[in-house]
Design a protein around this ligand. Structure first.
Ligand code: GDP
Length: 194
């Protein structure tokens, strides 16, 4: 954001008919359960606006938040197929894919993953799906406070290689390092420029 703007909860939705009206640009935040998505959203909001550490599978809605007058942040339900039953997985997939493929306001996806993890099939499937719809994507490697500077550099190189994506950021919601830089990047490149 150009200047500090208030983040406000707008609404939750599952189906398209319930998405917010209006034509403000939207940026989606996704990640498997426990990636640190809620913690980052809370840092960006400057308050506890997103719930932290719910049981996996509990957050099944798309949550829309306005970032002042700038754009809408969309908190997508955490993925992690292993922890879900088959039916739940299907419902999740349908909701996420409908949103990602049919939302003209969507200008980019921030994919969050724990810096300790490798890029896996779930990340690859999501990234491929998003890119197929010409939506830009960046990766935020979370919990960077657990690593040395050297290991952070290595993790960035490793994930760039595994994902074949160019924009990979290291962030920590605990120290807040990198969080506002990531937000600044998406605002400049996806909101202001698109
Ligand atoms: P979500 O499921 O993706 O929304 O993840 P949460 O934000 O609920 O975080 C999952 C767990 O990781 C919680 O125990 C958080 O306290 C922890 N966590 C999140 N961000 C950080 C971080 O930057 N550093 C550290 N050390 N732990 C974090």
């Amino acid at each position: 954001m150009a200047k500090k703007q208030k983040m406000t909860f707008l609404k939750s939705a599952v189906k398209m008919k319930d998405y917010p009206d209006g034509n403000m640009k939207e940026i989606a935040f996704a990640g498997r359960s426990n990636a640190g998505k809620s913690s980052l959203i809370n840092v960006l909001a400057g308050e506890k606006i997103a719930k932290v550490s719910q049981a996996p599978g509990k957050t099944r809605l798309l949550n829309f938040f306005t970032m002042g007058e700038s754009y809408v942040l969309v908190d997508m339900p955490g993925y992690g197929y292993a922890s879900r039953g088959h039916e739940e997985q299907k419902v999740w997939k349908k909701m996420v894919e409908s949103y990602l493929s049919q939302r003209p306001q969507l200008v980019g996806l921030v994919l969050l993953m724990d810096m300790a993890r490798d890029w896996q099939q779930d990340e690859e499937v999501l990234a491929q799906y998003v890119m197929k719809h010409d939506i830009p994507i960046l990766v935020g490697l979370t919990k960077a406070d657990k690593f040395s500077k050297n290991d952070i550099e290595k993790a960035i190189v490793r994930i760039k290689k595994q994902s074949r994506l160019e924009e990979v950021f290291a962030i920590s919601s605990q120290t807040r390092k990198g969080c506002h830089e990531l937000e600044e990047y998406v605002y400049r490149n996806w909101v202001r420029e698109s």
